[in-house]
Write a protein that binds this ligand. Structure first.
Ligand SMILES: [Zn+2]
Ligand SMILES: [Zn+2]
Length: 142
């Protein structure tokens, strides 16, 4: 028996299957996504506004497609870029630029102790042995 919910897009009651919207709306969104994608393919230099105007898909939705990394703008298109959420550098898709992605990755590594420096340095070993020798002589002289 399936869980019934109201579609968050059209309000219709539908059998919940892991998505917040009904299958009708899923299809609609899929259609819209395709329209935007096709339009961008034919007109790679367009702005969000132009795409929205030509396809009838809301600008907000187009931005969402970009954020979700479903849609990618060619890097030659200066009109339709996202900003990295961390450093505001222009990016083509997703939420962070490659730099910040790497940084995030690095800090994760550090947090889990994967980046520890190799221990101990060679010099340290030498001093320790010398000290031991001295101590040994001292005790012998006693
Ligand atoms: Zn719906
Ligand atoms: Zn960044």
């Amino acid at each position: 028996m399936s869980d019934l919910r109201n579609c968050s897009r059209c309000g219709r009651l539908f059998g919940y299957s892991g998505r917040a919207i009904c299958s009708y709306c899923v299809e609609e969104e899929e259609d819209e996504f395709k329209k935007v994608k096709d339009y961008l393919y034919d007109n790679p230099g367009s702005t969000v506004f132009q795409v929205s105007d030509a396809t009838g898909v809301e600008e907000e939705k187009i931005m969402r497609f970009l954020r979700e990394e479903r849609l990618q703008v060619s890097s030659e298109n200066p009109n339709m870029l996202l900003e990295c959420e961390k450093c505001s550098r222009p990016i083509n898709t997703g939420r962070f630029c490659q730099n910040c992605k790497n940084e995030l990755h690095d800090s994760l590594r550090k947090e889990f102790g994967l980046d520890k420096k190799p221990t101990p340095p060679q010099d340290d070993m030498n001093t320790r042995t010398q000290n031991k020798d001295k101590m040994f002589t001292a005790t012998r002289r006693k």
